[in-house]
Design a protein around this ligand. Sequence first.
Ligand code: VG1
Ligand code: CO
Length: 539
Amino acid sequence: MLKIVRTTPYTDQKMGTAGIRKKSTVVEQPNYIENFVQSIFNVLGGVEGQTFVLGGDGRYYNKIAIQKILKMAAANGMKKIIVGQNGFISTPTSSRVLLDNHADGGLVLTASHNPGGPKGDFGIKYATKTGGQCSSAVSDKIYAETKQISEYKTLDAPDVDLSKIGVQKLGNMEIEVIDSVTPYVEMMRGIFDFEAIRKLFAGGFRFVFDAMNAVTGPYAQRIFEQELGAAKGSVLNAVPMEDFGGLHPDPNLIYAKELVDIMYSDNAPDMGAANDGDGDRNMILGKKFFVTPSDSLAILTDNYKYIPAYKNGIYGVAKSAATSTAVGRVAEALNIGYYEVPTGWKYFCNLMDSKRITFCGEESFGTGSSHIREKDGIWAILFWLNIIAATGKSVEEITREHWAKYGRSYYMRNDYDGIDVDLANKLMADLEARLPSLKGKTFGQFTVSEARPFIYNDPVDGSSTQNGLVVYFTDKSRIVYRLSGTGTNGATLRVYLERFETNDFDKNMQKFLEPLADVSRQIGEIVERTGKAKADVLT
Ligand code: VG1
Ligand code: CO
């Protein structure tokens, strides 16, 4: 039975870098999810007759939110919803299923790499029919709607059983429960040389993948173990859990500790990898060897010809401004287009749709290509495996050859967490005002050549976005400052540090970047303003 429910608006439903991301306790408030979802439907002018894709990374509240959304969709006259079995779908798969089915939109229930559970975080990413997350113009409209919404539509109906694959009805709406792993596997098979990777594993190549108890476990077992023949048990933490078993599903050297310990042990496998909560991020490790995401993007781009789907050539490549400049050198050598965009995957989408780029990536462990409109964790890992299979070289050899050819960008991100929001905004505003005065100034061994806000003018839709502040130095070093758009605890100041080196590739990363980190604190007045002598998290 159709029900119209009166509601009062929340004022905090503005989307950040990737959808809304909140504490679980926030989304559990009455009508919180309902207000947000109805606001999306309203901004679309209603969803009557439309088809959506729905699913999440399995975290706490996934099940509850899915039932709410199914009932609301039916009540709003949606024609069909395609849902992952048991409500699971990875972000990359959602994008693929959306495109394959010419769906009108998609909702992925995830807070990505943030912890899950009653005390963790929850979130929603909203994708349009392009397969990518909506533009800022659209999210602004949705935000405005959330501030004035007064009612939503739902159905008085029992919960839907999402465990069985197949088609069922809820009111007049069709619900198709799919095995979301299969379309993803088929897509990967169409891109990479599975036969070559199978031979690699058959030849004894040892591999370990950490799913961190999040959504990619079933995908990884099927692809790496069943399809490609990696040893049984190569996939760790493969069963998705509501609280990720207490893990923080952020694939980096700090949070993927179990994997890092294995890869830095004396009996380390040949390659290690991990994904984040919703499967769009990746970390790549060799034996006692870490590949920075910025280098990974550069290396994949330089080796595109080993991959069947790209061997006939690629369009350009793009990176977020905060990402190191390593891929820029590759783009120049390959003579392909090169773009720098704000942080957030949505900025790559116009470039892919208009065939300006094939590959793109961010320093935050995200790489991807135009096969979908989201970053793709398993794709990046298969890309590495395919290069290794084709060249017979190790992760470390491939990376070292890259540095020898192009030089090395030593690169790290420093995060200052849990800062008061007003204080953080003022720090950034004051720094922006000081930027012009920095030019020509010397800080220790570093002299500023240029300092300016990062402004991106989208070549496709003409929109202009400012995101972060960049300080360039005469020795090709760079510092980028920006505030996180995905945090749920005060503000996070992210400071990205980069130094370029053409000879010595064995410097200690942190030690080499420390003088620049000091300069970043000085220029940003970070210590005085935040009371923090050092960053909280280094990645
Ligand atoms: C962070 C990363 C950014 C990434 C975003 C979403 O955003 O820095 O590169 O696109 O998370 O990632 P921010 O604003 O906190 O720096 V995820 O894996 O949602 O899907
Ligand atoms: Co993610």
